[in-house]
Design a protein around this ligand. Structure first.
Ligand code: FPP
Length: 244
């Protein structure tokens, strides 16, 4: 374990880190390669970052793999990404399980291929007893879409007479979100120099700290991850209150 990583663990590092893994396309293009080459490199990077979590005290890692807006990409890129997700599950399932990683998927599964959904279910089931690191993969995920789906389900419960409008508060709505079993993220990282959140965990990140780094995702190393977590530990979070 690196010395700075150790400091983070004991200095109030983030328990839940969410990452917008941006820059795969530019990484590939700068090497004269097709965009999918960058996505494959990005997928390999996921493993390194997941493996770094325990030493950094990061118990929950949530990664943005495919957004509700990413369907607008070319058919070739979309189908290449879907094939990559299937391949990732096949190749990584055993290692993730052996490392004590509990995998969950968030996002709307309705538009995803049946075979991929079955593989996602299987991986969730396989790893359901693990607790060392909780890896959540956002696939066909959008923050607005998630809140809309939650509101719809809440409305249905009211329609069925199981809840009334008086039950509707932030706590109740949160129970209908895809992330209902997860704590809110402490730190949201976006790679590749873009400073926007692109519809990622909108509700959950209300009080998160943000870190935008210039590095393209395939180049984002566990060492840089440790530095960012270490920087977080030195921030002063007040959640809207004033410190005494
Ligand atoms: C954004 O980079 C990245 C994505 C839309 C896909 C993210 C997917 C991976 C990192 C790999 C697969 C992940 C798993 C869990 C197997 P971009 O394509 O928008 O890059 P650009 O901004 O440089 O064009």
């Amino acid at each position: 374990m690196a010395a700075d990583a150790q400091d983070t663990t004991f200095g109030g590092g983030p328990e839940h880190v969410a990452i917008i893994m941006d820059g795969n396309g530019r990484w590939a293009q700068s090497r004269g390669r097709p965009r999918l080459f960058g996505h494959h490199a990005g997928a390999r990077r996921v493993r390194d970052i997941v493996n770094a979590c325990p030493d950094l005290g990061v118990k929950y890692l949530t990664i943005f793999a495919f957004s509700t807006e990413n369907w607008k990409r070319t058919q070739a890129e979309v189908s290449g990404l879907m094939a990559l997700f299937r391949r990732y599950i096949v190749r990584e399932a055993r290692a993730l399980h052996d490392e004590g990683v509990r995998v969950r998927f968030i996002g709307d599964r309705i538009r995803l291929d049946e075979k991929l959904v079955a593989m996602m279910d299987e991986l969730e089931l396989l790893t359901s007893g693990n607790d060392r690191v909780h890896l959540t993969i956002a696939l066909n995920y959008g923050g607005r879409d998630e809140v809309t789906r939650a509101a719809k389900r809440l409305a249905y419960e009211i329609e069925q007479g199981r809840l009334t409008h008086k039950d509707v508060d932030a706590e109740t709505l949160s129970r209908f979100l895809d992330t209902h079993v997860l704590p809110d993220p402490d730190l949201v990282i976006r790679t590749s120099g873009e400073a926007r959140i692109s519809n990622f965990l909108l509700w959950q990140s209300a009080y998160a700290e943000y870190e935008f780094v210039d590095t393209l995702w395939p180049d984002f190393t566990p060492e840089e991850f440790a530095r960012v977590c270490d920087g977080y530990a030195r921030r002063d979070r007040r959640f809207g209150a004033v410190k005494a």
